[in-house]
Design a protein around this ligand. Structure first.
Ligand SMILES: NC(=O)c1ccc[n+]([C@@H]2O[C@H](COP(=O)([O-])OP(=O)(O)OC[C@H]3O[C@@H](n4cnc5c(N)ncnc54)[C@H](O)[C@@H]3O)[C@@H](O)[C@H]2O)c1
Length: 330
């Protein structure tokens, strides 16, 4: 099969490598010429400084990329997603299957990513939509380390199609789900708790605190699932607890790394300036906090992280705020 990847960063190239390992043909589109040159000439992923197969080709020509295949996989940071979709729409001539591997909720609209696609792609070109999500750091996938993720779509056949493309019995196991809402909520929200987990580690608060955060984080996630109409059973799956565990415990997580730096006393601007790669949890935290306010939902952890990120609350004060809440039944 031929597959187009929009976004040749860490995750876009790790997924390209899985497809290449499965003997599929991949064309990567990226706006950054330097990234495209590194792929075509040196066969490396610039962000991770890792080798990639020579048969993975890249281009800065979006028209060529869109016409290359009927399956378009988007792997760009969510803040540029609308831009990438509007560039794509200009060149659509036939229906395509859209797949997304980015994770987030839009701050001003509270839209999930599939809803942004549905809003922007004319329905005659939107053959289907699949979300690819789960505990999967690019740093490990690109090395061929064992990973399991989930392809989620409201149309099961589309999820199965993507499962077949990516499934690799040596190292990459792909499940399917029809709970698209749950997959998208899980992938987005876990990044907020990764920031909190990094903060806990940065402050040296210990593993008990981290386990409490993950557990109580799941409770806050469940409230979102319920209000968005997602299946709360997905919380027990790879797109829920699976992704939450890896992102809250792995040093590969940029959200964890950002939280760690803030826990060490750096402010948000300084932290972001020191990081070259996307920290999705910040934008998602803003979205989740504002959405929870409109629905009168009690989200103590998300609120505490929001105060630290956006209102410069000291992280000690945020911890005190969380611990000082009135006691209650679990
Ligand atoms: N890195 C991971 O381990 C991982 C795992 C799962 C999901 N994700 C998600 O994937 C998304 C991308 O993450 P990443 O780690 O690959 O980021 P990255 O910063 O490594 O790469 C993003 C790439 O997108 C390109 N880009 C920016 N604007 C573009 C546009 N308009 N059109 C085409 N390309 C454009 C950039 O040049 C860059 O190469 C994020 O939402 C992230 O949460 C990442």
């Amino acid at each position: 099969m031929k597959i187009t990847i929009i976004g040749g960063g860490s995750w876009g190239l790790a997924l390209s490598k899985v497809l290449s390992d499965n003997s599929h043909q991949v064309l990567v589109y990226d706006v950054n010429k330097k990234i495209v040159n590194k792929i075509n000439k040196l066969h490396i992923c610039l962000q991770l400084n890792e080798d990639i197969p020579k048969d993975i080709k890249a281009t800065t020509d979006i028209e060529k990329a869109i016409n290359y295949s009927d399956t378009l996989l988007f792997v760009v940071p969510t803040k540029v997603l609308r831009l990438a979709i509007s560039d794509t729409v200009k060149y659509l001539k036939s229906p395509k299957l859209f797949v997304n591997a980015a994770k987030g909720i839009e701050p001003d609209t509270f839209l999930r990513i599939s809803e942004i696609f549905a809003e922007m792609i004319p329905s005659k070109y939107l053959k289907g939509f699949v979300s690819l999500s789960g505990p999967s750091h690019a740093e490990e996938v690109i090395k061929g380390l064992t990973t399991a993720i989930t392809a989620s779509s409201e149309k099961e056949a589309d999820a199965v199609f993507i499962q077949d493309l990516f499934h690799n019995t040596q190292f990459f196991r792909v499940y399917t789900s029809t709970d698209l809402k749950g997959a998208e909520m899980g992938g987005a929200l876990k990044n907020i708790f990764a920031l909190a987990s990094g903060l806990i580690a940065g402050k040296g608060l210990g593993d008990n605190a981290r386990a409490a955060l993950i557990t109580r984080g799941l409770v806050e996630m469940k409230k979102f699932y319920e209000i968005y109409g997602a299946d709360t059973k997905s919380l027990m799956g790879l797109t829920g607890i699976g992704d939450l565990i890896v992102t809250c415990t792995s040093p590969h997580s940029r959200n964890f790394q950002a939280g760690y730096k803030i826990g060490h006393g750096k402010d948000l601007e300084e932290t972001l300036n020191s990081m070259t790669m996307v920290v999705e949890g910040i934008r998602t935290c803003e979205a989740a906090y504002k959405f929870a306010k409109t629905k009168n939902l009690d989200m103590p952890i998300i609120s505490a992280i929001y105060e630290v990120l956006f209102n410069k609350m000291d992280s000690d004060e945020a911890t005190k705020m969380l611990l000082g809440r009135s006691s209650k039944a679990e």
